[in-house]
Design a protein around this ligand. Sequence first.
Ligand code: CAA
Length: 439
Amino acid sequence: MPTGIDGVEIRTGNLKLDLAETFAPEKDDDPAKYTKGLGLHASSFPDTYEDIVTMAANAAKRLMERKGLQPDDIGRIDVATESAFDHAKPVSTYVAGCLEQVFEGDFHHANKGERKFACIAGTQALDDAVNWIEAGKNRGRAALVIATDTALYERGDSGEATQGAGAVAMLVDEDPDLVTVDPDQGYGSADETDFLKPNQQFPSVDGKRSMQVYLARMREALTDFERSWGDTHPDQFALVPFHTPFPGMVRKAAVLGFRHLMRGTDIEDALESEIGRQPRRDDFADDEAFMDALSEYTDALGETDRYAEWYDDTIESTLAISRHVGNWYTGSVHLARAAGLREAAQAGVDLAGEHLLVASYGSGAQAEIHAETVQDGWEAEIEQLNVEDQLDDRYDISWSEYETIHEVHDYDETTDVDPFTTPSREFVFDGWGRMGERK
Ligand code: CAA
């Protein structure tokens, strides 16, 4: 029985920081650096009563209600996060505790865990759940996989403009409505130190180097994926959701992906008179000369109409939500998949039976490329998302409110601040160890 994602729910933080209107003037920057250069318009932030647990629990609650599920239907809860506040107890136990307050029964039978490998952990947790079901260990039960993060940087850090907060909950089951997670996978992995959080809340980041590492690991993962998939062609994939720290990063990764997928195809033949053929390592005396030629070819490829058409069809729509929320770390690639599917449904494009190429990445560093197949029930499922309403309902914070809320979410600080928005019938953070549904 094919296994994959049966349903998805998204929960954004209730606050919004506008990068052009609020952030850029304070930094004395041209707003276009953010809106055009990074491709970001706003960041989402958690209000004072929100954290990784409440965002995860609220997303999971809506997913379970919508799918008509009770705890007895779920055999596994995995939370992926790089913002965990507890080094022992997994975040999934806190989330299960919340859900037990509103559903009948309990999750005592469910295997709970926490996955950590920076942003790729959400995809690793998804893979774990698929493997658990395909190994026949689920005994008829589904898995709940939740990617949840508050992706905050130190004030003044170069990553500050890319911040974000939110959760993506996925129901993983046999015969899924949305997509199957297919066996073809490829990896690129190396011990890297460009983005670290050793016993510290905010990351130490070498931003420029982190972009190079992202691209290097993606290149390796694509090569490894081709060993599994066989001959590739860009038109084999209807959407290519990438891990999206900011859309500008995906712009750089997408052209590299296109170059790999089109090697040896009719597209490379058709572009030969315009930009030549892809450089081959054997034609160069050393690696440096080869890499220079490859980089020149990639730049020229990025300027072609054929590439622009592919980018518009397969990538652009996947960035539609992330442009307005920033980086969600573990949830980011799953947000990209949801955004691409949602845009396709709204445009009336039928994707049933089409393949997705999902490109996940985590600093430290590892990339995974895997294939998915869109299922017949995808449209009805994706139309249930209420993410547009959530984005519209966010409270737009001023600069001084941003300074305050950033401090509230620095858990080394103790700050008593009134919330900016009012939650109703939601899980709220009410002091460590006490999460409850607000009556
Ligand atoms: N109009 C249009 N574009 C402009 C502009 C203007 N007025 N001013 C600048 N730009 C462009 C720049 O040319 C640049 O684009 P290119 O890279 O295509 O040249 C872009 O805007 C950004 O400008 P800078 O490079 O000057 O920006 P920066 O140095 O302040 O910050 C960054 C960029 C280093 C990536 C920073 O955002 C950062 O540190 N981010 C955190 C780390 C990160 O996200 N890394 C990504 C890979 S690692 C990963 O993916 C894991 C993860 O989730 C963190």
